[in-house]
Design a protein around this ligand. Structure first.
Ligand code: SAH
Ligand code: SF4
Length: 356
């Protein structure tokens, strides 16, 4: 099987072409083609000499995932089902806004954490994705948006915000997630602050990000102010208490100077009461954070329901009156199951055919 070049940064591509007996600047040209000009094959790399293209084709491929299906929501959201070389499938979502173009990427095929309210978690786990497979999703989302848009402005639109909020737990796939962040930043030009990593609260990973002083936006999915409640919602991530997760968040703020986002999925009658709002307020006291409330998006299976509008207002009010900044996530793409927690894990055993 040929080796994929997607996933290598400019320096690595420079070294690779030098090993092939070529001048290093050819590596810059290849990076330009792969990351900025969307090339899928060496044939498209018209400023490379023919002999080099033929030589590279023998050993390497670009390695973009295959787009299996695209679904468009009424609100402009696009959900792509993508297939990797081994047939594994993940979903990625493109979210056009007036002032930015965001995409939501998967970091694993399925998820081993198994939160009881999340479609990905309930559908099992296969494997980690590589950095190339993560970045390949962003390129696919961008290309699809450019191809399907009608206006000139939209056609030139580039992904400028990325969230690791698709399928999987990025901190359980630390090396590939961090490598993907570096590629998105340096090769695709996306600002570190516009890269958001969302974690279920895997403490060793948060501490490592803090230690390495990564300037990304860190979002921590808390969902419960007490261990008892959190254990019910995330039964497999019981090793770290809520207090330990908050401690790690303090450490992240100390090391990076960045404010943390606490995500809280509101489940009607489960964690959306005034009592929980008060406990959450106490827990977050003194932490440089903002709370992002995510009303539950329905998935097949468990009998959860969303919070009532009145309940959301009351919950917000408790936090805001204690001086905590609160936002509410706007639901995008629910008609195509592209909203938070609705991405599914599907496996296919047929290998991708057009993956170079
Ligand atoms: N594994 C990471 C990132 C992917 S999940 C994490 O858990 O943070 C991204 C976000 O979607 C998380 O905050 C998660 O709690 C939320 N989510 C999962 N299922 C949901 C659902 N059914 N409704 C609303 N939000 C959900
Ligand atoms: Fe995994 Fe995040 Fe879904 Fe939990 S919410 S199962 S950690 S993807």
């Amino acid at each position: 099987m040929v080796t994929a070049l997607l996933g290598l940064n400019t320096e690595e591509l420079r070294a690779l072409v030098q090993e092939e007996g070529e001048p290093a600047y050819r590596g810059n040209q290849i990076a330009e083609w792969i990351y900025r000009r969307g090339a899928r094959t060496f044939e498209e790399m018209t400023n490379l000499p023919d002999a080099l293209r033929v030589q590279l084709e023998k050993k390497y491929g670009v390695g973009r995932p295959r787009v299996v299906t695209v679904q468009h929501s009424r609100d402009g959201t696009a959900k792509l089902l993508l297939e990797m070389r081994d047939g594994a499938r993940v979903e990625a979502v493109g979210l056009p806004y007036e002032d930015r173009f965001s995409c939501c990427l998967s970091t694993q095929v399925g998820c081993p954490v198994g939160c009881v309210f999340c479609a990905t978690g309930l559908s099992g786990y296969t494997r980690n994705l590589t950095a190339a497979e993560i970045v390949g999703q962003a390129l696919a989302v961008q290309e699809e948006a450019q191809e399907s848009s009608s206006g000139v402005d939209e056609r030139s639109r580039r992904v400028d915000h990325v969230t690791f909020m698709g399928m999987g737990e990025p901190l359980l796939n630390y090396a590939a997630s961090v490598k993907a962040i570096q590629l998105l930043n340096r090769e695709l030009g996306i600002a570190m602050r516009h890269l958001t990593l969302s974690t279920v609260g895997f403490v060793p990973g948060i501490r490592r990000l803090a230690e390495e002083q990564r300037q990304i936006t860190l979002a921590v999915s808390l969902h419960a102010p007490t261990d008892k409640l959190r254990r019910q919602l995330i039964p497999k991530m019981v090793k770290w208490s809520v207090a330990e997760i908050i401690d790690a968040c303090h450490e992240y703020v100390r090391q990076t100077g960045r404010r943390v986002t606490c995500e809280y999925c509101l489940l009607g009658g489960v964690n959306d009461g005034i009592a929980e709002a008060r406990e959450l307020t106490n827990l977050l006291h003194g932490l440089n954070c903002h709370v992002n409330l995510i009303p539950y998006n329905s998935i097949r299976g468990p009998g959860f329901r969303g919070p009532s509008p009145k309940g959301i207002r009351a919950f917000r009010e408790v936090l805001s009156s204690a001086g905590i900044q609160v936002t509410q996530r706007v639901q995008r793409g629910p008609d195509i199951d592209a909203a938070c927690g609705q991405l599914q894990h599907r496996i296919n055993t047929v290998p991708a055919i057009d993956e170079a």
